[in-house]
Ligand binder design. Structure first.
Ligand code: PLP
Length: 285
Protein backbone atom coordinates (compact mmCIF):
# COMPACT_ATOMS: atom_id res chain seq x y z
CA UNK A 1 0.00 0.00 0.00
CA UNK A 2 1.39 3.44 -0.90
CA UNK A 3 1.91 6.02 1.83
CA UNK A 4 0.12 9.35 1.87
CA UNK A 5 1.38 12.66 3.31
CA UNK A 6 -0.59 15.79 4.10
CA UNK A 7 1.11 18.92 2.73
CA UNK A 8 -0.49 22.34 3.08
CA UNK A 9 -4.06 21.31 2.42
CA UNK A 10 -3.54 18.34 0.10
CA UNK A 11 -3.09 14.60 0.59
CA UNK A 12 -0.16 13.62 -1.64
CA UNK A 13 1.55 10.32 -2.46
CA UNK A 14 4.41 10.23 0.07
CA UNK A 15 7.12 9.84 -2.57
CA UNK A 16 5.97 12.93 -4.47
CA UNK A 17 5.09 15.18 -1.50
CA UNK A 18 7.20 18.36 -1.56
CA UNK A 19 7.52 21.76 0.10
CA UNK A 20 8.77 25.01 -1.43
CA UNK A 21 12.55 25.71 -1.41
CA UNK A 22 11.91 28.91 0.52
CA UNK A 23 9.92 27.21 3.26
CA UNK A 24 11.48 28.64 6.42
CA UNK A 25 11.73 25.17 7.87
CA UNK A 26 14.01 24.20 4.99
CA UNK A 27 15.95 27.49 5.04
CA UNK A 28 16.28 28.12 8.79
CA UNK A 29 14.79 25.24 10.77
CA UNK A 30 12.16 27.83 11.71
CA UNK A 31 9.38 25.56 12.91
CA UNK A 32 8.10 23.08 15.46
CA UNK A 33 7.04 19.46 15.43
CA UNK A 34 5.19 16.81 17.40
CA UNK A 35 5.24 13.02 17.35
CA UNK A 36 2.42 10.84 18.62
CA UNK A 37 2.65 7.11 19.17
CA UNK A 38 -0.39 5.39 17.64
CA UNK A 39 -1.89 2.28 19.22
CA UNK A 40 -4.88 0.57 17.60
CA UNK A 41 -5.39 3.63 15.42
CA UNK A 42 -5.62 5.94 18.45
CA UNK A 43 -3.20 8.71 19.44
CA UNK A 44 -1.37 7.94 22.68
CA UNK A 45 -1.18 10.78 25.21
CA UNK A 46 -3.13 12.80 22.67
CA UNK A 47 -3.91 15.93 24.70
CA UNK A 48 -0.40 16.29 26.14
CA UNK A 49 1.05 16.53 22.63
CA UNK A 50 -1.58 19.06 21.50
CA UNK A 51 -0.92 21.21 24.57
CA UNK A 52 2.83 21.15 23.96
CA UNK A 53 2.34 21.92 20.26
CA UNK A 54 0.32 25.04 21.10
CA UNK A 55 2.99 26.09 23.58
CA UNK A 56 5.86 25.56 21.11
CA UNK A 57 4.01 27.59 18.48
CA UNK A 58 3.30 30.34 20.99
CA UNK A 59 6.92 30.54 22.15
CA UNK A 60 8.07 30.97 18.52
CA UNK A 61 5.17 33.31 17.65
CA UNK A 62 4.00 31.02 14.84
CA UNK A 63 0.27 31.25 14.17
CA UNK A 64 -1.43 27.82 14.22
CA UNK A 65 -2.40 26.88 10.65
CA UNK A 66 -5.84 25.67 11.79
CA UNK A 67 -7.86 25.14 14.95
CA UNK A 68 -7.30 22.07 17.09
CA UNK A 69 -10.59 20.38 16.09
CA UNK A 70 -9.74 20.70 12.37
CA UNK A 71 -6.18 19.54 13.02
CA UNK A 72 -7.45 16.42 14.78
CA UNK A 73 -9.61 15.61 11.76
CA UNK A 74 -6.60 15.92 9.42
CA UNK A 75 -4.38 13.85 11.71
CA UNK A 76 -6.94 11.06 11.82
CA UNK A 77 -7.42 11.27 8.05
CA UNK A 78 -3.67 10.76 7.58
CA UNK A 79 -3.86 7.70 9.83
CA UNK A 80 -6.88 6.40 7.93
CA UNK A 81 -5.34 6.92 4.47
CA UNK A 82 -2.15 5.18 5.59
CA UNK A 83 -4.14 2.41 7.33
CA UNK A 84 -2.08 2.86 10.49
CA UNK A 85 -2.96 0.49 13.29
CA UNK A 86 0.22 0.87 15.36
CA UNK A 87 2.64 3.56 14.30
CA UNK A 88 4.05 7.04 14.64
CA UNK A 89 2.33 10.22 13.51
CA UNK A 90 4.59 13.18 12.70
CA UNK A 91 3.45 16.79 12.40
CA UNK A 92 5.56 19.79 11.44
CA UNK A 93 4.55 23.44 11.29
CA UNK A 94 6.92 26.08 9.94
CA UNK A 95 6.66 29.85 9.66
CA UNK A 96 5.76 29.37 6.01
CA UNK A 97 7.24 30.32 2.64
CA UNK A 98 8.84 33.73 2.15
CA UNK A 99 11.87 35.37 0.52
CA UNK A 100 14.92 34.33 2.53
CA UNK A 101 15.39 36.90 5.27
CA UNK A 102 16.12 36.22 8.94
CA UNK A 103 13.37 38.47 10.28
CA UNK A 104 9.79 37.14 10.34
CA UNK A 105 7.91 37.42 7.04
CA UNK A 106 4.85 39.66 6.78
CA UNK A 107 2.19 38.65 9.26
CA UNK A 108 -0.29 37.24 6.72
CA UNK A 109 2.26 34.62 5.53
CA UNK A 110 0.47 31.29 6.07
CA UNK A 111 2.35 28.77 8.21
CA UNK A 112 3.22 25.51 6.45
CA UNK A 113 1.84 22.21 7.73
CA UNK A 114 3.14 18.73 6.93
CA UNK A 115 1.84 15.49 8.45
CA UNK A 116 3.19 12.00 7.83
CA UNK A 117 2.57 8.61 9.40
CA UNK A 118 4.34 5.29 9.41
CA UNK A 119 3.55 1.89 10.80
CA UNK A 120 5.49 0.33 13.67
CA UNK A 121 5.69 -3.28 14.74
CA UNK A 122 4.52 -3.85 18.33
CA UNK A 123 6.18 -7.27 18.53
CA UNK A 124 9.52 -5.92 17.26
CA UNK A 125 9.34 -3.07 19.79
CA UNK A 126 8.68 -5.58 22.58
CA UNK A 127 11.69 -7.64 21.47
CA UNK A 128 13.87 -4.53 21.49
CA UNK A 129 12.63 -3.63 24.96
CA UNK A 130 13.47 -7.14 26.16
CA UNK A 131 17.10 -6.52 25.15
CA UNK A 132 17.35 -2.81 26.03
CA UNK A 133 19.75 -0.32 24.52
CA UNK A 134 23.22 1.08 25.14
CA UNK A 135 23.67 4.78 25.86
CA UNK A 136 26.67 7.06 25.42
CA UNK A 137 27.16 10.43 27.13
CA UNK A 138 28.21 13.70 25.50
CA UNK A 139 28.66 17.30 26.67
CA UNK A 140 25.45 19.36 26.47
CA UNK A 141 25.84 21.74 23.53
CA UNK A 142 22.26 22.74 22.71
CA UNK A 143 20.66 26.17 22.97
CA UNK A 144 18.89 27.44 26.09
CA UNK A 145 15.32 26.73 24.91
CA UNK A 146 15.15 22.95 24.75
CA UNK A 147 11.64 23.26 26.23
CA UNK A 148 10.46 24.22 22.72
CA UNK A 149 10.03 21.26 20.36
CA UNK A 150 11.72 22.94 17.42
CA UNK A 151 12.77 21.20 14.21
CA UNK A 152 16.24 22.71 14.72
CA UNK A 153 17.88 19.45 15.83
CA UNK A 154 21.50 19.58 14.70
CA UNK A 155 23.13 18.83 18.11
CA UNK A 156 20.63 16.00 18.62
CA UNK A 157 21.40 14.59 15.18
CA UNK A 158 25.16 14.67 15.78
CA UNK A 159 24.68 13.05 19.20
CA UNK A 160 22.46 10.34 17.79
CA UNK A 161 24.94 9.62 15.00
CA UNK A 162 27.80 9.40 17.53
CA UNK A 163 25.67 6.91 19.49
CA UNK A 164 25.04 4.86 16.36
CA UNK A 165 28.75 4.76 15.46
CA UNK A 166 29.37 3.47 19.02
CA UNK A 167 26.69 0.79 18.64
CA UNK A 168 24.41 2.64 21.09
CA UNK A 169 20.73 3.53 20.75
CA UNK A 170 20.74 6.90 22.50
CA UNK A 171 23.07 9.70 23.63
CA UNK A 172 22.59 11.48 26.95
CA UNK A 173 23.62 15.12 27.22
CA UNK A 174 25.61 16.09 30.33
CA UNK A 175 25.53 19.75 31.41
CA UNK A 176 28.35 21.91 32.80
CA UNK A 177 27.50 20.77 36.37
CA UNK A 178 27.97 17.13 35.36
CA UNK A 179 24.23 16.39 35.41
CA UNK A 180 22.49 14.29 32.78
CA UNK A 181 19.89 16.58 31.18
CA UNK A 182 18.10 14.25 28.73
CA UNK A 183 18.62 12.11 25.66
CA UNK A 184 18.89 13.30 22.06
CA UNK A 185 15.28 12.20 21.50
CA UNK A 186 14.09 11.01 24.91
CA UNK A 187 14.06 11.78 28.62
CA UNK A 188 16.58 10.01 30.86
CA UNK A 189 15.75 8.13 34.07
CA UNK A 190 17.49 5.97 36.66
CA UNK A 191 16.41 3.80 39.56
CA UNK A 192 19.06 4.83 42.07
CA UNK A 193 20.78 2.76 44.79
CA UNK A 194 17.89 3.49 47.16
CA UNK A 195 15.27 2.37 44.65
CA UNK A 196 14.16 5.95 43.95
CA UNK A 197 13.25 6.87 40.38
CA UNK A 198 15.11 9.98 39.29
CA UNK A 199 14.84 12.19 36.23
CA UNK A 200 15.89 15.74 35.47
CA UNK A 201 13.43 18.46 36.49
CA UNK A 202 11.51 20.22 33.71
CA UNK A 203 12.65 23.50 35.31
CA UNK A 204 16.01 22.64 33.71
CA UNK A 205 16.73 23.16 30.01
CA UNK A 206 14.99 20.02 28.74
CA UNK A 207 11.90 19.06 26.78
CA UNK A 208 8.86 18.38 28.94
CA UNK A 209 8.31 14.86 27.61
CA UNK A 210 4.67 13.88 27.28
CA UNK A 211 5.59 10.24 27.89
CA UNK A 212 7.52 11.41 30.97
CA UNK A 213 4.40 13.21 32.28
CA UNK A 214 2.18 10.16 31.73
CA UNK A 215 4.76 7.93 33.40
CA UNK A 216 4.82 10.30 36.40
CA UNK A 217 1.09 9.59 36.82
CA UNK A 218 1.69 5.84 36.44
CA UNK A 219 4.44 6.04 39.08
CA UNK A 220 2.21 8.02 41.45
CA UNK A 221 -0.34 5.19 41.27
CA UNK A 222 2.32 2.51 41.77
CA UNK A 223 3.61 3.73 45.12
CA UNK A 224 7.22 3.94 43.86
CA UNK A 225 9.40 6.82 45.07
CA UNK A 226 10.19 9.43 42.43
CA UNK A 227 12.38 12.50 42.60
CA UNK A 228 13.30 15.23 40.12
CA UNK A 229 16.76 15.39 41.68
CA UNK A 230 19.23 15.36 38.77
CA UNK A 231 21.86 12.63 38.51
CA UNK A 232 25.45 12.44 37.28
CA UNK A 233 26.90 9.88 34.87
CA UNK A 234 28.54 8.20 37.88
CA UNK A 235 25.15 8.03 39.66
CA UNK A 236 23.71 6.43 36.52
CA UNK A 237 26.52 3.87 36.25
CA UNK A 238 25.98 2.94 39.90
CA UNK A 239 22.19 2.83 39.50
CA UNK A 240 20.11 -0.33 39.81
CA UNK A 241 18.38 0.41 36.51
CA UNK A 242 18.15 3.10 33.87
CA UNK A 243 15.71 3.78 31.05
CA UNK A 244 14.53 6.37 28.56
CA UNK A 245 11.05 7.62 27.70
CA UNK A 246 9.62 9.13 24.53
CA UNK A 247 6.84 8.70 21.99
CA UNK A 248 9.15 6.47 19.92
CA UNK A 249 10.97 4.57 22.67
CA UNK A 250 7.95 4.50 25.04
CA UNK A 251 9.77 3.10 28.12
CA UNK A 252 13.06 1.55 26.96
CA UNK A 253 15.58 -0.11 29.33
CA UNK A 254 19.17 1.13 29.22
CA UNK A 255 21.61 -1.76 29.59
CA UNK A 256 24.93 0.12 29.49
CA UNK A 257 26.26 3.66 29.81
CA UNK A 258 29.54 4.50 28.03
CA UNK A 259 30.27 0.77 27.91
CA UNK A 260 29.63 0.21 31.65
CA UNK A 261 27.07 -2.59 32.04
CA UNK A 262 24.27 -1.87 34.51
CA UNK A 263 23.25 -4.53 37.01
CA UNK A 264 23.16 -8.04 35.55
CA UNK A 265 22.89 -6.78 31.97
CA UNK A 266 19.17 -7.54 31.69
CA UNK A 267 16.23 -5.15 31.91
CA UNK A 268 15.31 -4.61 35.55
CA UNK A 269 11.99 -5.35 37.19
CA UNK A 270 11.10 -1.71 37.84
CA UNK A 271 11.69 -0.64 34.23
CA UNK A 272 9.87 -3.65 32.78
CA UNK A 273 6.97 -3.09 35.17
CA UNK A 274 6.77 0.59 34.24
CA UNK A 275 6.85 -0.20 30.51
CA UNK A 276 3.95 -2.61 30.95
CA UNK A 277 2.05 -0.12 33.14
CA UNK A 278 2.68 2.70 30.64
CA UNK A 279 1.36 0.57 27.77
CA UNK A 280 -1.73 -0.30 29.82
CA UNK A 281 -2.30 3.42 30.42
CA UNK A 282 -1.50 4.65 26.88
CA UNK A 283 -2.74 1.67 24.85
CA UNK A 284 -5.44 -0.18 26.76
CA UNK A 285 -6.52 -3.44 25.08
N1 PLP B 1 13.59 14.94 24.89
C1 PLP B 1 13.86 15.16 23.59
C2 PLP B 1 15.06 15.98 23.24
C3 PLP B 1 13.03 14.64 22.58
O1 PLP B 1 13.30 14.89 21.28
C4 PLP B 1 11.93 13.85 22.96
C5 PLP B 1 11.04 13.26 21.95
O2 PLP B 1 11.15 13.50 20.77
C6 PLP B 1 11.69 13.63 24.32
C7 PLP B 1 12.54 14.19 25.26
C8 PLP B 1 10.51 12.81 24.77
O3 PLP B 1 9.33 13.53 24.56
P1 PLP B 1 7.92 12.77 24.37
O4 PLP B 1 7.80 11.84 25.52
O5 PLP B 1 6.95 13.87 24.42
O6 PLP B 1 8.00 12.07 23.06
Amino acid sequence: MSRVAYVNGAYEPHGRAVVHIEDRGYQFGDGVYEVWAVFDGKLADSEGHFTRLQRSLGELQIVPPMGEAALKIVLHEVLRRNRIHDGLLYLQITRGVARRDHVFPVSDTPPALVITARATDRAAAALKAAKGIAVITLPENRWGRCDIKTINLLPNILAKQAAKVDGAGEAWFVDADGMVTEGASSNAWIVDRNGTLRTQSTRANILRGVTRSTLMRVIADSGLEVSEQPFTVEDAKAAREAFITGAGALVMPVMSIDGHILGNGHPGAVTSGLRAAYLREAAPD
